[in-house]
Structure formats: C-alpha cells, structure tokens
Design a protein around this ligand. Structure first.
Ligand code: SF4
Length: 249
C-alpha cells in the first residue's frame, strides 16, 4: 500500500481532480519549486495534503514549501500548522503579521477590510516567493470560489472573469496556480475530516461577513428553487475556466 494509506472516495476525488487540472493546464514541470499558501482553513490544508500525494505520484521532481502569513488576530493560531509541518517533514515559512487589525483600523479609510488585508498578504507572499526562489505560488481556491467570484465580477463590476488556474506574474518569473480550482468544497470538507487535518477557525470580525458571503447565500437560495441548477452552474463555469486556461497555456 502507498505510504499515504488507503484513500476514501472524497480523498481520491481530491487527488484525481487536482491531477487532471495539473495535467490539462501543464501547471508544473520538472524542477519547479512550489510555495503553498496556507491560511489554516480547510481548503488550503487539503491542498497541501493533496499536493504531497501528487508529488509522490508524478514522474518528475518538484519541491514544496508551506507559506503561512498569520493576519494577527490570534497569534498562537498557527501552532497546529507548524507542528503538522514538522511531523510530516514539510519545509515551511510561518510568519505573524498585524495585517488583519490594520485592515480594520484608521490606516484603511477607503477599501473593505478584506481587500486591504488580502492585498498586504498577497504582497508578502510574493516577497517570500522571491526570497526562497520559488517558481510557483499555489492558492487554495475551489470550484465554489470560482462560481462566487464569477458572479461577483459580473454583478458588481460588469465583467466576465473567473479565477485563473495558472497565471504568470513578474514577466513569468512566478506562476500563481490554483490546483484545487475544479474541486467542490463538499469533497474538500469530507477529505479534511477523514485525514484529521488540524483546521482552525478564522477569528477575524470580517469572516463570513463579506459581500462574497452575501452573494454566496443569494446563489444558494436561487439554486434551491430549481433542481439541478447548482450542478449545471458549477459544470458550466468549470468547463469555461478550464477551456480558457488550456488555450492560454
Ligand atoms: S476575513 Fe479577515 S483575515 Fe480574512 S481576508 Fe478578510 S480581513 Fe483578512
């Protein structure tokens, strides 16, 4: 038996769906050094677990490193992550910041707290990729994020835009990848529970209180009115995004 043991249906779904996306978009190649951005939530934890299995399966060498930028609401929050990385032999850079409180303070007069905080965190992650000479930054967005983002862009900005699975930054020096973009959250949650991953709650006052959660609740409400509409929306947007990424890679 493989060293990760027997996988459940949800765990296999995570590993195979990530593998399919990687292959179809030619996301990674031999020698790549991938930083995995981990927030401590269920999505990013399943992403590390799945990427470690993919690393063992693929016929070439890649290196993985966990990057965690704690937004600063609960400084001890990341202890389970540092313990998990140590126990599983995964290289990591874990850093405590004050980005969350600053995003909710007087320094941020114009933007939403999440916009400000995410921008600071993204900037820091880019700096860390440069510092560690990483070729890729992996973000744990899911198919649910793709669907919500697509609707947010359309409703709020009049734009048709989803989330790219593979996007070059800094003249191609760094690729931002989203390996779990085709995976639905229900499989991620089940896989995380079965793997016993040490997930922690986000103690930020803006958590679950954003425009994103509002649009998500509205979509769920609409889907309940028409059987099959949720699946059809997910399938259509996944196919559309995959097609875009396959054409541009
Ligand atoms: S929920 Fe809080 S920690 Fe998360 S991005 Fe928004 S402001 Fe930052």
């Amino acid at each position: 038996m493989a060293k990760w043991g027997k996988l459940s249906f949800a765990q296999k779904k995570c590993v195979s769906t990530v593998g399919m996306l990687m292959q179809k978009t030619e996301m990674i190649k031999d020698g790549d050094r991938i930083g995995i951005a981990v927030s401590g939530g269920v999505d990013s934890f399943v992403m590390i677990r799945t990427m470690l299995i993919r690393q063992a399966i693929i016929p070439f060498n890649i290196e993985l490193m966990v990057l965690h930028v704690n937004p600063g609401f609960k400084p001890e929050n990341h202890k389970p992550l540092s313990d998990w990385c140590r126990e599983n032999g995964v290289a990591s850079h874990i850093e405590l910041t004050d980005y969350g409180p600053r995003a909710h303070g007087p320094e941020n007069k114009k933007k939403s707290a999440c916009f400000y905080c995410s921008r600071l965190r993204r900037k820091r992650l880019f700096e860390l990729c440069d510092q560690y000479n990483l070729t890729h930054l992996a973000l744990g967005h899911t198919a649910d994020d793709l669907v919500t983002t697509f609707h947010m862009n359309m409703i709020q900005s009049g734009r048709i835009q989803g989330l790219s699975a593979n996007e070059p930054f800094f003249q191609g020096k760094l690729n931002v990848i989203r390996p779990t973009l085709m995976l639905e959250k229900k499989y991620i949650k089940a896989a995380a529970r079965q793997w016993g991953l040490p997930i922690w709650d986000n103690k930020c006052p803006s958590n679950d209180n954003t425009k994103r959660s509002e649009i998500n609740d509205w979509l769920e409400q609409e889907w309940r009115k028409m059987p099959g509409s949720r699946n059809n929306t997910f399938n259509a947007l996944r196919r559309w995004q995959l097609d875009l990424n396959m054409k541009t890679t």
